[in-house]
Design a protein around this ligand. Structure first.
Ligand code: GLC
Length: 557
């Protein structure tokens, strides 16, 4: 077996995220599979990462990329078998790599047997879901909206009642107030623990605590706050912790928190509360939303990104919480397109963004392809997109009166499929992903692929170095965070301090050359990592476009 993870360990972890459907297809089906991951273990191990978060691969009709689970205890046959899974876990462990499974416990697919039994009239299972009669005026029970557009309520068979679905109508929200539901959730986690799994990511876990009486929001009030971070979420997480993963000293857990607050995230991740190890939050990825609207196309302002990251770094530190750090995942466009420059400065901006994430206080997550600087696909038609959210958004924008070109430009800038295109292994027509027809079309593979990066590319080597440094310097993994010159409009800088080791991280979030002043004791210190060759360090540094530097303060003996 590989090295055992430890509780202290997750702070020095680097976690790699794999969207299995798009990683590597070994059967020619056009869909990635578990055997494809097994085949690529040497590559994954070469990164130096500690754990892999896999997006869900349980039995699912795939209406939402596997986040619509029809059976929590089996592997989707399109992706593999339980034997493949066991072999995958074993082989990864032999390489010192743990597995983090994605637990979608807020909702099930409507094809799940619980929902089917409920529909057939079984009262026990009706109480597994959130089913309500129409409002007094005959309308929907509340004014809540689905995150994928349209109302969050759908007719429950021909009963005249409605069931709640905060996501797609095929994803029915579970009733966590029912103790039997909570027992089932514990059972699911324990089933996978018994198979040797120590890592769990909990999908949209801060929306499980809905009140007994569901209420519409008042006019002008955001309905999301009627069900997000509800008062019972903490108690439910504590129960799950006590009855499942918390019994395992090696467990590593992360909760995905939608539309949350620092205070709530401190509570979820402060070790004294016995809930989760860390949290994903999304405020820093809303800096390119126009008036809070995701479906808009505006360029971010570096100062907003800096302020948000700083606020979360300080707030979580003060409350002894822990951030999961990321810019990319399967729901986000590629960060190089969004915060960097995918054409003129692809290498520089990819490595600069990586520096920022890996040097902040928290545990960094690397989404497959990020380590080779993958960019958004160049699609020209809405028909290229598969994701239900993108298609719904396009139709909604057209309904709002935008013309097809405007709607398409907006969807292209934010679509989740931007990151779901196949992992680019080589420059063959299907990027070394499949011999069949890929379920989602790759486009820009010519020069961005693993083979090219392994032959002297700069991004992959840079990620490996960042991961290595994290294990060598406690200032990176657990050091105290403090901002430096927070009001600078383009440059984000901060210090990380542990005992007598002090680092200064400087990243230029723009394509401008900038003269940047630093304290004298860093100007004579050591360059730990830099994304331009041979940086000249002095009291004033001439920063190049998207330059990133981490300096170690000179220690006077
Ligand atoms: C999370 C997942 C996303 C999914 C949603 C509903 O946000 O990351 O992909 O669509 O939850 O399960």
């Amino acid at each position: 077996m590989g090295k055992p993870p430890t509780k202290v360990g997750f702070r020095e972890y680097a976690i790699y995220q794999i969207y299995p459907k798009s990683f590597r297809d070994t059967t020619g089906s056009g869909i990635g599979d578990l055997r494809g991951v097994i085949e690529k273990i040497p590559y994954i191990a070469s990164l130096g990462i500690d754990m892999i978060w896999f997006n869900p691969f349980f039995v699912s009709p795939q209406r939402d990329g596997g986040y619509d689970v029809a059976d929590y205890y089996n592997i989707d046959p399109a992706i593999g078998t339980m034997d493949d899974f066991d072999e995958l876990v074993r082989t990864l462990a032999d390489n010192g790599i743990g597995v983090m499974l994605d637990m979608v416990l807020n909702h099930t697919s409507t094809e799940h047997e619980w929902f089917q039994k409920a529909l057939a009239g079984d009262k026990k299972y009706q109480d597994f879901y959130i089913i309500r009669p129409p409002a007094a005026d005959g309308g929907l029970p509340t004014n809540w909206e689905s995150k994928f557009g349209g109302p969050a309520w759908a007719p429950f068979g021909d009963t005249g009642n409605y069931y709640l679905h905060l996501y797609d109508p095929t994803q029915a929200d579970l009733n966590w107030r029912n103790p039997e539901v909570r027992d089932e959730m514990v059972k699911i986690v324990n089933f996978w623990r018994a198979k040797g799994i120590h890592g769990f990511r909990f999908d949209v876990i801060n929306v499980i605590g809905k009140a007994a009486e569901l209420k519409s929001s008042a006019p002008g009030e955001d309905p999301r706050y009627m069900y997000t971070d509800g008062p019972d979420v903490n108690a439910y997480l504590q129960q799950l912790n006590a009855e499942s993963f918390g019994q395992d000293p090696d467990s590593v857990t992360v909760g995905e928190m939608s539309s949350t607050s620092i205070q709530n995230c401190v509570e979820y991740s402060n070790p004294d509360n016995h809930e989760l190890d860390m949290v994903f939050s999304f405020h820093h990825l809303k800096v390119d939303y126009l008036n809070g609207q995701k479906w808009s196309n505006v360029r971010f302002n570096p100062i907003d990104l800096k302020r948000t990251l700083n606020e979360w770094a300080l707030g979580m530190q003060e409350g002894n919480g822990w951030n999961a750090l990321f810019l990319n995942n399967h729901d986000q466009p590629r960060s190089v397109n969004r915060f960097g420059d995918p054409t003129t400065y692809r290498v520089e901006s990819a490595t600069m963004l990586a520096t920022m994430i890996h040097m902040l206080r928290g545990t960094p997550y690397i989404y497959m392809g990020e380590e080779i600087g993958m960019t958004d696909p160049e699609y020209h038609s809405i028909d290229d997109y598969v994701d239900v959210e993108a298609r719904n958004a396009y139709n909604a924008l057209i309904d709002q009166g935008l013309d097809a070109a405007e709607a398409f430009t907006i969807v292209r800038s934010k679509a989740r499929d931007n990151s779901r295109t196949p992992m680019q292994w080589d420059d063959s027509p299907n990027v070394g992903f499949t011999t069949g027809t890929p379920w989602l079309r790759p486009t820009n593979q010519e020069h961005i692929n693993v083979a090219a990066e392994e032959q002297g590319g700069k991004i992959l080597a840079y990620y490996k170095k960042l991961i290595r440094l994290r294990k060598q310097h406690l200032a990176i993994s657990i050091g105290e965070y403090q901002p430096y010159q927070l009001e600078h409009p383009q440059v984000y800088a901060f210090t990380r301090t542990h005992e007598d080791e002090k680092l200064l991280v400087i990243v230029n979030l723009s394509d401008k050359e900038i003269a940047y002043d630093i304290p004298a004791d860093f100007a004579t210190g050591e360059v730990l990592i830099a994304n331009y060759p041979n940086p000249t360090v002095a009291d004033t540094i001439q920063l190049h476009p998207y330059e990133a530097l981490t300096l170690k303060k000179e220690v006077v003996a």
